[in-house]
Structure formats: C-alpha cells, structure tokens
Design a protein around this ligand. Structure first.
Ligand SMILES: *Cc1c(COP(=O)(O)O)cnc(C)c1O
Length: 370
C-alpha cells in the first residue's frame, strides 16, 4: 500500500537527547510517560527506542496500553498511572505491570487477585495532595499506608502524587503539595518500614521545582521537546521531536468577495491565491484553527482561511506562488521559519497536549534517527 503524503515525522534522536537532558538536569532516574500513543508520537516505536536508550521505567495511563507494550517486547518496568478496576487486577499481575493503588478498597482487590494467582503484585501508592483526582488524601492516608505495608501480597515499590499547577513557576500550590507529600511519606518511618521510591514531578515539576524531583521524575510532554504551558520556562534544553507535514493538492485564484469553505465565513478583499491542503479535523487537526492557524509554504508563513473541513483546508498565499506537491509544514521547520506545537495550541485556544494527542491513526508516522 502507498503511504499518504500527509505524515508525522518523528525524530527519535531528539527524544533520546531530551531523555539525557532531563536526566542530567534532575540528576535522578526517569520514568518516561508514553500514554496516549506517546503523546501522538507512536506508543510502540517510541517505547522501544526509549528502552534501547536505557530508560529506567515507562508510565502509561491504563491497562491496555501496558499490555500493548509487553506484547511488543518491552522489558523495562511499566507503571500504569490510572485508577485500576478491581476485575482487572489479575491481568496487571500476569503482564508484570506495576499497579497504582489509590484506595483501601482497591488495595484489597489487588491483594485478592495476587493471592488467587499465588504471585505478589508490585504497587505504587497514590496520595492526593491537592489534585482531587485519584488517590487517598494526604491528611488521612495513615491507615492506607499501614494496610499496604502489612500486606503479604503486595510489594510497595513506590509512593506518589500528582502536581496540579507545576506548569506555572509562580504557583504556590506546588510547595503545598510537596509539604503534604512529605508528611504522607513520614508514615513509613513511623511504621519502621523501608521508604519506597517517592515521585512527584511531571514536566512542570522537572522544569521549575527541584523539591519535586525526589527519587524519580515522570516527564511526559517535555520528553517530546514541548513545554507544557505558555507560562513555563525552558530550563532544560529540549528539542521538538514531532513534525507534521503535508503537500499542496490544489491551487486556485479566488476572486475578491468570493467566500471560501463551509458557512462562507471568510472571503478575500482582493483577488488572491488559495491552496488546498489534504488534512482536516478528521485527522485531529483542530477545527478551532479555522481562519486562525498558519502553515509554512515555500519557507513563508500563510494563514488558514475559512473553516477547516474533515479532510482538507485552504490557505491564502496572497501573491506568492505555489505548485501542487509543494511541501506544507503544519508543525515543524521549513527553511528559516518554524511553527511549534505550542503556537498551534495557542491559536486553537488549547494546550499542546491536546494538539499532539489528538493527531490520530489516519496520519502515518515516519521515524528518523534511532
Ligand atoms: C500524564 C502524567 C504525567 C506526565 O505529565 P506531563 O505534564 O506530560 O509531564 C506524569 N504523572 C502522571 C500521574 C500523569 O498522569
């Protein structure tokens, strides 16, 4: 089968560079987060590359992502970050996946499954220090930690929490969460139990809050060379790994006043040249970029005009020239110009996470380097 000219180019060397840069910056091991198709970069190829680069551990969101990695031959430890459903517990253990235990009930369910299989479960205790998502509140986690320590069927490998505001270096929430997490960890000392791996830092924590680095860090978006938020500071030298490119499929002149695309929402004031690009919201290219986003053609920045369609959109190139099959860069570099995932997210009124993870399986991934 031929491959669609619209494609995602993934620079594996950039990911390897970012892994090294993050490790050097934080000075602790790295749990590389590869959930959501490795933030759109491709779950299995990225995980295999990270494994070859000696990554310490991987993190995914749910059971099936973990099983996919094991079936692809990934041998490094894998933590499933999301909440576990009791009936899945046996599958976690059977596939050697580390379990996030986020309540006393779930601890019991995991213990039952482990007893049934005659095989211990490896768990990380999830403490809620302010996100109010999953996890036992830090202010009432004593009995939970005590029960886990006492369990003959669970090996406590880690204890962790998630930061709500670390993307913003000025937020005071992170210090509060660090303090609450520290208090939760004191239960191990009180019980005379060995301290497991303590982890807190997402990308924002890695960038801005050394107090969150602890025993291992959990960067996701930063590993792909993208900053989490416009407020974030580039304190680590990372390189963007993903480019999204297509080609001009049509060229036409649109007369002044003749509207372009569905709803006739935009029309040129003067006769202008318009090219059509064969990618749309059906690929995960946000419709919110209608008449707002920009692309690169022949090294120059041009505006998307009219509504983005399911499979195509139009670009006003003014009096510039373009030919069918000319490269169009939606994310990445062309000549001296570049468009970042961060800029696309700002134009679309969202965060770069949603742009990257939204790019779906209709777009082939092409890997370079590695
Ligand atoms: C997704 C996730 C991360 C990684 O977050 P980034 O902001 O992409 O670095 C870390 N920890 C947990 C628990 C997560 O769910």
């Amino acid at each position: 089968m031929t491959q669609r000219p619209t494609r995602i180019l993934v620079d594996l060397d950039a990911i390897a560079h970012n892994l090294r840069a993050i490790r050097a910056h934080a000075g602790v091991p790295v749990m590389a987060i590869v959930k959501a198709n490795a933030y759109g970069h491709g779950l299995v190829p990225v995980a295999l590359h990270l494994q070859a680069q000696g990554v310490d551990q991987l993190g995914v969101a749910f059971l099936e992502e973990g099983i996919t990695l094991r079936e692809a031959g990934i041998k490094v430890p894998i933590l499933v970050l999301g909440g576990i459903f009791g009936p899945q517990a046996a599958q976690f253990i059977a596939h050697d996946l580390e379990i996030t235990v986020s309540s006393l009930d779930k601890l019991r369910q995991v213990e039952d499954a482990a007893r049934g299989l005659g095989r211990k479960a490896t768990i990380h205790l999830k403490i809620d220090t302010g996100m109010e998502r999953i996890g036992v509140h830090s202010y009432s986690c004593g009995p939970f930690i005590e029960a886990a320590v006492a369990s003959p069927w669970c090996t406590i490998k880690g204890i962790y929490s998630h930061l709500a505001c670390a993307d913003d270096p000025g937020s005071e929430m992170t210090a509060l969460q660090v303090e609450r997490f520290g208090e939760a960890c004191t239960h191990f000392e009180r019980l005379g139990a060995p301290m497991p791996l303590r982890h807190l830092a997402n990308s924002g924590g890695v960038l801005h809050f050394p107090d969150t680095w602890l025993d291992i860090v959990r960067p996701g978006i930063l590993l792909y060379g993208v900053l989490p938020d416009p407020l974030s500071q580039a304190t680590v030298d990372v390189r963007a790994a993903l480019s999204l490119v297509s080609q001009v499929v049509y060229f036409k002149v649109v007369k002044a006043g003749h509207p372009v695309s569905y709803g006739a929402t935009w029309a040129p004031e003067h006769d202008t040249r318009v090219v059509t690009v064969p990618i749309g919201y059906g690929d995960g290219w946000p419709r919110a970029l209608s008449s707002r986003g920009e692309v690169l053609v022949r090294g120059r920045r041009h505006r998307i005009v009219g509504r983005i369609c399911m499979d195509q959109f139009m670009v006003d190139i003014g009096q510039d020239s373009a030919w069918n099959e000319d490269e169009v860069v939606l994310v990445g570099r062309q000549g001296d110009a570049s468009i970042t995932a961060e800029a696309v997210a700002q134009a679309a009124g969202t965060i770069p996470y949603e742009i990257l993870t939204g790019l779906n399986q209709r777009i082939p991934r092409v890997y370079r380097g590695g």
